[in-house]
Design a protein. Structure first.
Length: 65
């Protein structure tokens, strides 16, 4: 299926948020995921289904000043 991930259209095999993160090799605990502009709680990543055309933002903290 095709998703828009961080503004880029990508072909993705994952059907749920947690599988998407594994497929994209995101590791660690310091990021937030939003699907179609709604933040998904970490506890719900495994049950949050993705559909063709969904927009996913994976946000990581950045240090700056």
């Amino acid at each position: 299926m095709q998703l828009i991930v961080n503004g880029e259209r990508r072909d993705i095999a994952a059907a749920h948020v947690d599988a998407l993160l594994r497929e994209l090799e995101f590791e660690g605990t310091h990021f937030v995921v939003a699907v179609n502009y709604e933040v998904v709680q970490r506890a719900r990543w495994g049950e949050t289904a993705l559909k063709d055309g969904d927009e996913v933002e994976i946000l990581t903290p950045r240090q700056g000043g």
